[in-house]
Design a binder for this molecule. Sequence first.
Ligand code: SAM
Ligand code: SF4
Ligand code: F3S
Length: 444
Amino acid sequence: MLNRKIFIKTFGCQMNEYDSNRIYDSVSKLGFVKTTNQSNADCYILNTCHIRDKAKEKVYHEIGRVKKLYRDKKKPILVVAGCVAQAENEEMIKREPYIDIILGPQSYHKVNDLLKNHIVSLKQEETEFDTISKFGYFDKIKNNNDKISAFLTIQEGCDKFCHFCVVPYTRGPEYSRPFNKIILEAEQLIKNGVKEITLLGQNVNAYSYTENSKEYRISHLINHLDQFSELERIRYTTSHPRDMTDDLIECYSSSHKLMPFVHLPIQSGSNKMLELMNRKHTVDHYLKIYERLKKINKEIEFSSDFIIGYPGETQQDFEDTLNLIKKIKFINSFSFIFSPRPGTKASTLDMLDKNLAKERLTLIQEKLFNNQKEKNKSLENSIVDVLVENKIEKQNKLFGRNKYISPVIFNGSESNIGKVVKVKVQNSNQNTLFGVLDKKKKAA
Ligand code: SAM
Ligand code: SF4
Ligand code: F3S
């Protein structure tokens, strides 16, 4: 099987990106080589997301595209992985015989066997919840990621069952990886040249692993990573307000490398809506976290997720959300119209009028995007620390991110890749800062 080519198209969240990279690590043992040419692969994997909209239909649409790409060529082994695979399982193969393998997120440890077997046998489906075996398997395989910024999954699954959300059904119950395995993987990444690690989980701050009667939480991981001299930055996502515990908040004063940027989804500014969504936190609780963090370091900035047009949302509830945005100037947020997901509690509720929901989304996005533009504008003419990730060949410029994860594009030499440098911001738009390397100042 030497030098067969594999292409993975990844949708959805960062956990899918991490998983896709680990699948590449695994199949390299079979001699598969990663390709960026999607029309010339022996194996084509769609790593799918089920969080919103017509997720299932999008997958069939993608398969239609693959079929066209390979119309005059040898058919690739087509694998549907990820959350749609978990939710729909073998039904998909019945509807679309072009699919060869269905692989749920908790079965990735079986990918090599499935591929080997496929060469000699039939269609296969693996959608068991088997998180321990998955991580047990990947713990034995080197993580080859050598990007400057890398994801590291520490926790997977969710027990919270927000009424709108499909994740507890596609990723299964909460599972936290052993502390020492995460540290070993972090050491590997750092050896590969990684300078920024983002700890990942569907509820990353619910991380809890007990060994010899000692409980390890995300705060222990952050404080441990903080000691690695070659690591520049630590981030984590996605966190839940209910798990924003004192020890994690304390990290914002104890850690030198934890970035002052908190992505903490609130979903709505109305307590009534939060209760209807089964969020298990109130607006007040959220504001207290905000105030505590700002007290530790006033430079800390927030971003959030919002669901607009959830069943039962009145004009007053919506205005409560707008008011919250006035109190907290989120600098970068995601907002979505509620999308009913099969099997969830909210999927049976009466939907709001579509046009009204769209109007509200437009209004909220206007405000959120304005915050983002203002924040970027406020950085013009100042010097920001940038971790340089790569060169944009076409523009002959460097690409990096500031501490608030905003992209920064600037002039500079390739020797800066992997370093934190000072950049003088000259210009900005909603998403990006533009500037020049500040040669006078030494990197922080
Ligand atoms: N675990 C995170 C939390 O509790 O905040 C969120 C994880 S979810 C993958 C990412 C975001 O998708 C959520 O914060 C929510 O705003 C959005 N989302 C989830 N289900 C949705 C739905 N049915 N309709 C619209 N947006 C949804
Ligand atoms: Fe979904 Fe809620 Fe779990 Fe987040 S906490 S993954 S929104 S069920
Ligand atoms: Fe999507 Fe699954 Fe992530 S539903 S958001 S890929 S956990």
